[in-house]
Design a protein around this ligand. Structure first.
Ligand code: FUL
Length: 694
């Protein structure tokens, strides 16, 4: 009788869906509470600031005088205001970079802010930044370089004690620390207290990392430790801000250490990793980590920042975007404007979750047929609930149906990672006709969060399928968005043959242009691919989003005569084509025993020349930037007349197009003579060269 009753109870319970079905067993390893919180921060800020800022360096040798650290307007609250407005949640400050200079008055060295003129030698920047973070509700973290090119005893056991004393200072005097950052770059040449030598260390054993990690755990139990190999947070294997499309938060971390030569494995992580060590995706808002005036025009623009967002947060990573504080002690205006625009655009992209209006969200299999694991759990705004399948069912799908067709271009999905990262492969399909499906994405891992950028897709039904997983999938959240197209003003280029190309960031925008100087509109000529312009012309273009009728600002380029007939006379080096190819990112470099160095061009026919334009190398560093010049013209290539001579003032700090003009003169040949360069060596580099005709 009792048995019958129990059966009846189970049957009724199963029917009304109120039976307690056991949750899936975790797939190990799983994240700690602190790691989960860190994932949820999504984007943090890195700050590089120190002696390098005042000596135009990236890696100080350890001998720049402490007295050169002298910001005139330092304001850590300004940093926090910008960082907060950019949607970032925490700051990691380079308290000591490789040059050994301490931004706090560390007692163990004279090489610190205390011997600088800043705040009369009484300043403590770590204090100012950590206080500002508290005021603005940002978390605070510390970067302490293991390499120290100033310290006289770097390379000996005594240095390890020194390093740990610094760490103890930072972890005891400045409140709660959320992240401790150990750089993998270490060992090599340096000042080392005047020894000026190379000191190589065994990166794996020299630092005795386990003891240092214990120290951090003791002083700041909630802090996460970053290094190439964790233990808590790992590097993503590049500094360009690109997380792996396949990105496991798991790692066989015992195989790795800071400075690990197999660092490329850090990008995808290890599918069979036995520790939870999620990837941090770091990059700088400028080419350099430290501020250089010469990079003021190379700040990451909106399209690049959006790529960074989708390739970090959108790929199961936490972003760490670096701000090179400038020599005033401020986040530069351009950097601030760009990152605030970035935040606004992320908000606009993910403004309205279309899934909330779905008619139905149904799964192919629901764990124990229990309501608590059904597909609706991916759409209930509760991160603690999730869709799960039965044990042993490692595949499955969710079909989402709408009353009316929707248009979307973003697919956001999250695994319930408290039970481990499981999904190995998934697809996304849309229904194109009754019962007909078309695949629009086939990807691998998901993890904490995955966001796919897709072409605009219109449909009434969407099917998400887990095609392979380590165990039954647990999906906590799905969102769908229709992000506005990015509307950046078009870039206009013309190659040597006169072919003009127009490009803009949004995938589905239309570009319209004019050739007569008039303002383009959406009724002007539409760009369908490169076209030829052989004469002088003013090209104007704008990008237009047909679905919202929005348009970008207009770009205007005044093109001079076509360069098709030009030849560079003074070299046979094929790479010299870079000078005339219209691509500002390709450069030709000439090297000689001594200056001057000439660039001689036959224009192919005679023109009325009244000036020239020179664009120096746009890459990192300062290769062959011409400073003093002479410009000559000739009608026969033998007798030359100087038309202009002087310097390209401030070109080192501002390496943009340089234009010089003079009274018009007939010329078939032109010669740009580099008399000196900004580095005082015998190199001249040209990204582009052009003339100005009457
Ligand atoms: C690298 C360092 O060498 C760079 O200077 C910078 O600090 C970057 C974040 O890490 O390894």
């Amino acid at each position: 009788m009792l048995q019958k009753l129990i059966f009846a109870f189970i049957a009724v319970a199963a029917l009304c869906g109120c039976a307690k079905v056991e949750p899936p067993k975790p797939v190990l390893p799983v994240p700690s509470e602190a790691q989960l919180k860190w994932n949820e921060m999504e984007r943090n800020a890195f700050i590089h600031f120190g002696l390098n800022t005042f000596n135009d360096m990236e890696w100080g040798y350890g001998d720049s005088p402490a007295s050169t650290f002298n910001p005139s307007e330092l304001d850590a609250e300004q940093w926090c205001k910008v960082i907060k407005a950019a949607g970032l949640k925490g700051i990691v400050l380079t308290c000591k970079h490789h040059d050994g200079f301490c931004l706090w008055p560390f007692e163990g060295t004279e090489y610190s802010v205390k011997n600088s003129p800043w705040r009369g030698g009484k300043g403590d920047l770590v204090r100012e930044v950590s206080d500002a973070c508290k005021k603005y509700g940002l978390k605070f973290g510390v970067y302490l370089s293991p390499w120290d090119r100033n310290c006289a005893f770097y390379g000996t056991p005594k240095y390890i004690e020194y390093f740990r004393t610094q760490l103890t200072d930072l972890l005891t005097n400045y409140g709660e620390i959320f992240e401790v950052w150990f750089d993998g770059a270490n060992g090599g040449t340096g000042y080392y207290g005047g020894a000026n030598e190379k000191r190589s260390v065994d990166r794996k054993t020299y630092y005795n990392w386990p003891t240092t990690i214990e120290l951090v755990r003791k002083l700041q139990p909630n802090a996460l430790i970053f290094s190439d190999a964790g233990p808590d947070v790992r590097w993503c294997g590049n500094e360009s801000g690109v997380g792996g499309k396949t990105n496991w938060s798991t790692l066989r971390r015992d195989e790795a250490w800071p400075g690990w030569p197999r660092y490329k494995e850090l990008n995808p992580g290890h599918e069979d990793g036995n520790y939870w060590v999620p990837a941090e995706i770091n990059t700088s808002v400028r080419p350099g980590w430290f501020y250089h005036k010469s990079e003021d025009h190379k700040v990451k623009d909106l399209p690049r920042l959006m790529d960074y967002y989708y390739e970090s947060v959108g790929r199961n990573g936490t972003g760490l975007l670096n701000f090179p504080i400038d020599d005033r002690g401020l986040v530069h205006e351009i950097d601030a404007a760009n990152v605030i625009e970035w935040q606004k655009t992320i908000e606009a992209d993910l403004a309205e979750n279309l899934l909330l209006n779905a008619k139905s969200v149904e799964a192919s299999n629901v764990r124990g047929n229990a309501g608590q694991y059904n597909a609706q759990k991916t759409n209930d705004r509760d991160k603690e609930t999730y869709w799960a399948t039965d044990d042993g069912v490692n595949k499955g799908n969710i079909v989402i149906e709408f009353n009316e067709a929707i248009t979307f271009n973003r697919f956001l999905i999250q695994e319930y990672i408290k039970l481990g990262q499981r999904v190995k492969a998934f697809t996304l399909e849309v229904e194109t006709g009754s019962g007909k499906w078309s695949e629009i994405a086939s990807e691998t891992t998901i993890g904490y969060k995955r966001i796919l950028r897709l072409p605009n897709t219109t449909t009434k039904k969407i099917r998400f399928t887990v095609t392979d997983a380590k165990a039954c999938p647990t999906i906590s959240n799905i969102e769908l968005y229709n992000a506005p197209q990015l509307l950046t003003s078009p870039v206009i280029t013309r190659n040597k043959q006169g072919m003009v190309s127009l490009s803009s960031a949004g995938d589905e925008v239309a570009i319209y242009y004019t050739l007569d100087g008039s303002k383009p509109t959406s009724s002007s000529k539409r760009y369908n691919g490169p076209f030829k312009v052989t004469n002088k012309a003013v090209i104007k273009a704008l990008a237009f989003d047909p679905s919202t009728q929005r348009e970008s600002s207009t770009t205007s380029e005044a093109m001079d005569i076509c360069r098709a007939k030009w030849t560079i006379k003074n070299t046979k080096d094929k790479r010299s084509n870079s000078v005339l190819d219209g691509n500002i990112n390709s450069t030709w470099i000439q090297n000689a025993k001594k200056m001057p160095l000439d660039l001689v061009i036959d224009l192919g026919e005679t023109h009325q020349v009244e000036g020239f334009r020179y664009l120096p190398d746009q890459g990192r560093g300062t290769r062959g930037i011409i400073f003093n010049y002479k410009f000559y013209t000739s009608t026969n290539g033998k007798n030359w007349t100087v038309q202009s001579a002087g310097e390209f003032s401030n070109i080192q700090n501002h390496p943009v197009w340089q234009k010089k003009t003079f009274s018009p003169v007939k010329a078939r040949f032109v010669k740009l003579r580099a008399m000196s360069n900004t580095a005082s060596n015998n190199m001249a580099a040209y990204a582009e060269f052009d003339i100005v005709t009457k």
